[in-house]
Design a protein around this ligand. Sequence first.
Ligand code: NAD
Length: 448
Amino acid sequence: MSDTTSSMPPVSQRLANDDRMPRSSKLPPAPRYDFFGVVQGYLDAAAKLAGTPEHVRTILSQPKSEIIVHFPVRMDNGEVRLFKGYRIQHNDTLGPYKGGMRYHEDVSLDDVKALASVMTWKCALMGLPFGGAKGGVKFNPRSVSRAELSRVTRRFFHSLGGNIGPDYDIPAPDVGTNAQTMAWALDTYMNTVGVVSKQAVLGVVTGKPVSIGGTLGREKATGQGLVHCVRRWAELNKFDLQGKKLILQGYGNVGSNVALLLGQLGVSLVAVGDHTGYLVNPEGFNAYRLKQYVEKTGSIAGYPNGSAISREDFFSFQADLFVPAALENQVGPTEAEALQVRLVAEGANGPCSPEGEDVLKRRGIDILPDVLANAGGVTVSYYEWVQNRRSEQWTLEDVDDRLERAMLDAYARMEQYARNKHCDYRTACYAVALERLAKAYLDREIFP
Ligand code: NAD
């Protein structure tokens, strides 16, 4: 392919193609996607299969706490802007609340509730001593300066105050946030607890830079965990990954690491998309160079070694694997009918709608569900938290080995449950998680 500087599809076309983007006033409003309702549906189906006691299912159907804060930030031009932040603490029966912080203009209470509950199932499935939480701030982090981003983060975490803590609720990066965000968050929290406790609270956030208590291997952990799952799926299905093709939506932390690591197994990235549009290169992108480009420019737009395609053409592009690694509700029935792949491995949380999933199943396309496939991030976050508590620094090899074992063990739990109970992998993941949670509720009983 020639090194053409491809232009993105026109903005109007991109917006019309994407339910998550603001629409022109001439278009009818997009139907709201009830993400929390969707996750509730998965919970109900799994609870029925696992024979979960009704009172446990009822407790788990709602978060324990829903925290909403409004906080002012002085912008670079001197104006004061009021921001809205969320922290939803779904469940802490198995350990402190744990989950990412999202900065995105579409952040809403219901979506964060759904994402928080997914964290509960994920931690339980992985056997981690954590519960589930999620949070975020409703704004576009690309629309502010670095200094403004720092002030938003610091005021947000300051507003949360004692609602987070290393033994209570431990945030991490998610969409629109990264290790730098966690560094600001940690610094803010440390400076509110008093000098004698400063070092004791290193574990208040995970996904920090290694220089301030982060762990080696966290940056790639979510992608790495997903690749372990894909490898195991390929072994079980006698599917040789060498020479196979990948299409990937989202080229941030999760997506870029998936592309790099699958590339090491001989899988080539042939089409990629992000919030600016979609690119194709039938001969394969250099995942490493594309990652460097995105880190420098903020998106795939204008990357020289690819041609622009529409969202529709991206979804129907002939490949073997599809990894959604952007946002929820990206694969509805239309996209599911269009996909020409054998496997969808969910890097993002909730990328397939239930209707999309039904179509994928009917067409014989396998799904590795989010609850397992992207659990590598929280698993290595747990390793980071343990290292902080013990004042240790593990080697990359140690982190990698532990993660591989944890992912393969969880894969085996899911696979065995699905085989025994004749259910799909998503239901199996939820059911395994529910069994662990139900046992804890039955042993502890309900207070008082
Ligand atoms: P990120 O901010 O690093 O990257 C997000 C990517 O999605 C970017 O490439 C962005 O351009 C793209 N994107 C945003 N809106 C889009 C749209 N409308 N259409 C197409 N692409 C769009 O975020 P991330 O940390 O890589 O997270 C991606 C997904 O993975 C999210 O669903 C997140 O919840 C999930 N996840 C992340 C982690 C983690 O450790 N970071 C762990 C588990 C799950």
